[in-house]
Ligand binder design. Sequence first.
Ligand code: FES
Length: 207
Amino acid sequence: MLRLRKKVSIESKKKTAMQDEKKLVTEQKKEIIDRGGTEDAQAKSGERRKFLMRVGWGSLAGFLAINSAAFLRFFYPRVLFEPPSQFKVGFPDEYPPGQVNSQYQREYGTWVIRLPDGAFFAMETKCTHLGCTPSWMESQKKFKCPCHGSGYYITGLNFEGPAPRPMDRFKISVAEDGQLLVDKTIKFPGVPGKESSEVYPQSLLRV
Ligand code: FES
């Protein structure tokens, strides 16, 4: 009987020891898992911090680059490239009488015109109403403004529409090399109701 009781007691102690060991293993596992989670969280937090720092430095670098560029741009002069006021427009014999040469309209704002009697003059391509650019209508032998319909003869004298006066002329002469030379610094403004060829005979060139 005593031996049986002793055996039961030993068995019971063994069982308790096994349960304790099992419990210890479970706790150790849990601790490892917890520690792993904490390390993950720390690693993620570190990466987020690095990312935010990178964004911050990147923004600062961009800001400094833009400001530096603006600062340097300040030292470069703002040059407006305009065509020269004096320019050559070819030789007189390149111009048939009674023709309007629109070749210099876009770049120089000038028509070079040879009247039927052979005289040359240069005219500004600007309507005297509100400054639009008229077109030369070869078939109708007149300038027509697309904006409000003003009409001008080949001499620049206005005859229809709201234009208040003839179109302006520039000085034209012959350069040393024999080419025609237009000088936009010398201008002959149209006078209302008058032919510019009569008001400004010096605006005509005969060669
Ligand atoms: S601008 Fe030419 S008619 Fe008005």
